[in-house]
Design a protein around this ligand. Structure first.
Ligand SMILES: Nc1ncnc2c1ncn2[C@@H]1O[C@H](COP(=O)(O)OS(=O)(=O)O)[C@@H](OP(=O)(O)O)[C@H]1O
Ligand SMILES: Nc1ncnc2c1ncn2[C@@H]1O[C@H](COP(=O)(O)OP(=O)(O)O)[C@@H](O)[C@H]1O
Length: 206
């Protein structure tokens, strides 16, 4: 990040967090899905978003492929670019939580150090890391976008799991093993987690 000398003043909102939560009927937080390409991050995030929407909870998915088309279209997959990608997304996730949303962020986020940075930007009390666990063998078998085939041929440099590292989360708030858990079961587990943590709020109908 380029640091420039600037004359900036922070303007505080006249609507505080509690007021937003009371009106929305639920809290806000970031659920951060991390895992290999093809592990199921997007599938899970969008299924959870659907479920939350149907229950009247404000939620929005930030997804690797989508964000890299727009906001982060200038970034590649070097370690420095991945870090900057995640820093911007963390800042954006934080703004979305200020606005009262439950943010579902789905990014490979392969480096433990970068995930720690993200947690600190968002604020640990409203951040939950979800490790979307799936073996490399299974991800390669699924290969929903044909990227592993290309990576094995050397056509995609620095491909996570093949030619770039992935640090397995050590103490995530939750692990979802998509090789052994159905999509519906996983969504149910995530909903229960949100209720238990008090984020899903009083509008949740069960
Ligand atoms: N080299 C390389 N390594 C990993 N992934 C690659 C690469 N090149 C392109 N892609 C595609 O980009 C998606 C991952 O973007 P992310 O923003 O989630 O990556 S990161 O968190 O910055 O590491 C990833 O999406 P998912 O498959 O949904 O994970 C791929 O579609
Ligand atoms: N239990 C499961 N949970 C999530 N995805 C699953 C599961 N079982 C199989 N899949 C499949 O695995 C693939 C995961 O792709 P995707 O969600 O794009 O992963 P990622 O976003 O991690 O790259 C999809 O084709 C999905 O249908």
């Amino acid at each position: 990040m380029i640091q420039r000398e600037r004359n900036l003043t922070w303007h505080a909102s006249k609507v505080d967090r509690k007021e937003r939560e009371e009106r929305n009927g639920h809290g806000s937080c970031v659920i951060w899905f991390t895992g290999l390409s093809g592990s199921g991050k997007s599938t899970l995030a969008f299924a959870l978003e659907r479920e939350l929407f149907d229950r009247g909870i404000f939620s929005y998915v930030l997804d690797g492929d989508n964000v890299r088309h727009g906001l982060n279209g200038d970034l590649g997959f070097s370690e420095a670019d991945r870090k900057e990608n995640l820093r911007r997304i963390a800042e954006m996730s934080r703004l979305f939580t200020d606005a009262g949303m439950i943010v579902l962020s789905a990014f490979i986020s392969p480096h433990a150090q970068d995930r720690e940075m993200v947690r600190n930007i968002v604020g640990p009390e409203q951040f939950a890391e979800v490790y979307v666990k799936c073996s490399l063998e299974e991800c390669e078998k699924r290969d929903p976008k044909g990227l592993y085939v290309k990576a094995r041929k050397g056509e995609i440099p620095e491909f996570t799991g093949i030619s770039a590292p992935y640090d397995i989360p050590v103490e995530p708030e939750m692990v979802i093993d998509t090789e052994h858990t159905s999509l519906q079961e996983s969504v149910d587990q995530l909903i229960q987690f949100l209720i238990q943590k008090g984020f899903a709020g009083r509008t949740y109908k069960d």
